[in-house]
Write a protein that binds this ligand. Sequence first.
Ligand code: CP
Ligand code: NVA
Length: 307
Amino acid sequence: MTRHFLRDDDITAAEQAEILDLAIELKKDRWAQKPLAGPQTVAVIFDKSSTRTRVSFAVGIADLGGTPLIITTASSQLGGKETPADTARVLERQVAAIVWRTYAQAGLEQMAKDTRVPVVNALSDDFHPCQLLADLLTIREHKGDLKGLTLTFFGDGRSNMAHSYVLACATAGMHVRVAAPEDYSPRDDVIADADRIAAQTGGSVEIHTDPLEAAAGADIIVTDTWVSMGKEEEKIARLRDLGAYKVTEETMSLARPDAIFIHCLPADRGYEVDANVIDGPQSVVWDEAENRLHAQKALLVWLLQRA
Ligand code: CP
Ligand code: NVA
């Protein structure tokens, strides 16, 4: 049966570890695997803007011997003109995989339903699972074994990034904390899913409203924009509501002395993070951005050949 990657918990803990192992191998030997030799084409579709995701999928697909076909929704028949299901029926006859950055998670589910080629979520309103593979790879490189590490996310706890941290870190057996105001708390169903996973892996999930308490003793400090794509109309309210959750030097001083700072980027310096943190010695955001390439290549190899 074709496997898809629409949410972080579409893979088991063992599968997540296998993909990260493969990413480490591919980072050492970038052209070692050619599952797309032919070249076969992978469709990479964007309903929203992107720099990192667009570049890393395009470069990664080429590294794997294939051809990336970048489609901007506005110039295609998607986006209300044709359903995701009909689009998938057209694409699956010609491409090896479909990668899609979109708004509603439901659209991705329709795209994947009964589709014979893997469908990959390249960010939706609810999850950003490819980013999490890159983030876990980065954490592994800097901290070693993921199991038992504590990661604290600050800011919009109901965002795609927060939801993905909760699920992916629970899968990795990590202790994940979300520091957010009550109205920006992660969705209950996502917390319930993560709790179920954490009970198996030895991880845990905690939701905090006090940012200082949430930072204490953390191994990894992370934040993301306060205004995700699609939320621009709420900008004023969000800057007001999330101000107390900014990552500052004080936040870093409460974490472990060897803590690292990560951010999926793009970043708004002075809002969710101070410049002296993201540009400071504990920040590993450029490794993290590079790791999108290696992690997504590993994901594609795994989906196409090993799943
Ligand atoms: N982190 C991330 O997905 O960046 P882009 O929006 O530039 O793709
Ligand atoms: N939460 C952000 C992530 C961008 C990569 C957004 O959805 O805009």
